[in-house]
Design a protein. Sequence first.
Length: 100
Amino acid sequence: MNYYFGKKTRLIITYCTKCQWLLRAAWIAQELLATFGEELEEVTLQPGTNGVFEIRMNDDLIWSLKLVGRFPKAKEIKICVRDLIAQYPFLDDVNRQHRG
């Protein structure tokens, strides 16, 4: 079981169903699972409304479309998650491998 700051590492991506952002949320979930599959306890896609697109690690908001004004890049979220739960000093190498 993995923890960050003494908590289980649960990641929740809340996306707006009316805006049809399911594929974007699923893509980010896939990227995070491909990189941190052993470090994450759970990744959940949670339907929402009103233009919501948020990513939370346990109860901590780590990305909000409304606050930042744009969607996250995969690398930005990977760095944020890495900083919270794992020590991947070669994350750039991981990103290069996934690009093909």
